[in-house]
Design a protein around this ligand. Sequence first.
Ligand SMILES: Nc1ncnc2c1ncn2[C@@H]1O[C@H](COP(=O)(O)OP(=O)(O)OP(=O)(O)O)[C@@H](O)[C@H]1O
Ligand SMILES: Nc1ncnc2c1ncn2[C@@H]1O[C@H](COP(=O)(O)OP(=O)(O)OP(=O)(O)O)[C@@H](O)[C@H]1O
Ligand SMILES: [Mg+2]
Ligand SMILES: [Mg+2]
Lengths: 225, 225
Amino acid sequence: MIKVQNLWKVYQNGSIKVEALRGVSFEVAEGEMVAIMGPSGSGKSTLMHLLGCLDTPTSGKYYLAGNDVSSLKEDQLAEIRNQHIGFVFQQFNLLSRVSILHNVEVPLIYRGVKKRKREKIAREYLEKVGLGNRLHHNPNEISGGQRQRVAIARALVNQPSLILADEPTGNLDTRTGEEIMEFFCQLNEQGHTIILVTHEENIARYARRILYIVDGEITRDEVIS
Amino acid sequence: MIKVQNLWKVYQNGSIKVEALRGVSFEVAEGEMVAIMGPSGSGKSTLMHLLGCLDTPTSGKYYLAGNDVSSLKEDQLAEIRNQHIGFVFQQFNLLSRVSILHNVEVPLIYRGVKKRKREKIAREYLEKVGLGNRLHHNPNEISGGQRQRVAIARALVNQPSLILADEPTGNLDTRTGEEIMEFFCQLNEQGHTIILVTHEENIARYARRILYIVDGEITRDEVIS
Ligand SMILES: Nc1ncnc2c1ncn2[C@@H]1O[C@H](COP(=O)(O)OP(=O)(O)OP(=O)(O)O)[C@@H](O)[C@H]1O
Ligand SMILES: Nc1ncnc2c1ncn2[C@@H]1O[C@H](COP(=O)(O)OP(=O)(O)OP(=O)(O)O)[C@@H](O)[C@H]1O
Ligand SMILES: [Mg+2]
Ligand SMILES: [Mg+2]
């Protein structure tokens, strides 16, 4: 499903050069659930953005479902992002001026789903994350963890084959975090591939495998029982 | 230091009424360190905003250092916020178009500190949170946890007597989170009053006392050893 070879990402701002990723290589099979852990600033979100086709590497190769992503044009990448990838951003990236219902509808709009059906599906996913009674509030009118849950619902609403979740429980109490992880596990059992970044050990243990990244390099790749 | 009596916060959006805080009462002595825990949506950030004089209650009383906050005018509240309170927001609220150095200087500007001294102090605090080598980057050019650390440095730079931190380690790996908590403990030993919201038990245990809030009400007030 995913094959990453010697990925480098270097940010150059004026005179300062930041090597965010330094020769990262690994594979993820279809249907796997993998956790990524590592210190703040170690390269986790940068890696997730590359995997999500939201950014391109400075060098190295990324094969997604066999295709060399670097060889794809922007419109093909957009297609892949919309159809096959669900991304939960570390800082949610919700549209603040529209309702949470509309926020969750957006990926369905890109897919051409008709309004009546769209609302029904969006409502369903918001109910799954415990926000069925707040559909018409906008993100400024709900709590931090509730926004996080809207971001999760939006990432899943297209039933993407690849789910990338960057700290999906960072703003959630333990119980709510576990409910969300149960939800991810169900999706994984149905065959969705899931890669999640977390700094919480108990959350990482829902996955079968943990990748550790430090200063832009993979230091450990551990299958857990 | 803090005395809260029967605080209510009700949000009315059209027909929907949300009772975010429902008769909250408690006291915090000067120099105490208290943690607040509770489910997502239970009222933690709402309470923090009231304590930080960033918002006013629907009803109830809030006495800060003996003063009835509800009787104070906006300019007096602004004075209190700038001089005496350091607030770490759940979603950081950094200025994205300026450097992290400038972000941390802002509270010092309000205090009339001259440029040379301001830069020196801001640099110091950014070094304390491990970002001394990124001073001239802006928030878009650093990681989520690094932004969180900038927000912490900014909240502390005025050496406020009351520090309110809303999930200060939510985006930090365990080790970095512990370093931040060590920093808070030092400040507490120097006499600063600290109230922090967290969903992580190990972070809460740095405090001497944990308040539990569920559906806008305090359900437990536990001194821990
Ligand atoms: N402007 C608003 N209008 C309507 N409801 C609001 C508004 N702001 C907050 N709320 C609601 O008030 C309740 C408490 O919100 P608050 O942000 O205090 O929760 P919290 O405990 O900080 O949650 P989290 O742990 O998810 O950050 C939530 O149900 C939230 O949706
Ligand atoms: N646009 C940019 N310009 C310069 N440096 C950047 C940029 N974006 C990220 N970085 C740097 O790249 C490194 C990796 O960032 P990344 O966001 O991947 O870390 P992370 O592991 O997700 O951290 P966190 O756990 O704090 O969220 C960090 O040092 C960060 O400051
Ligand atoms: Mg990150
Ligand atoms: Mg909150």
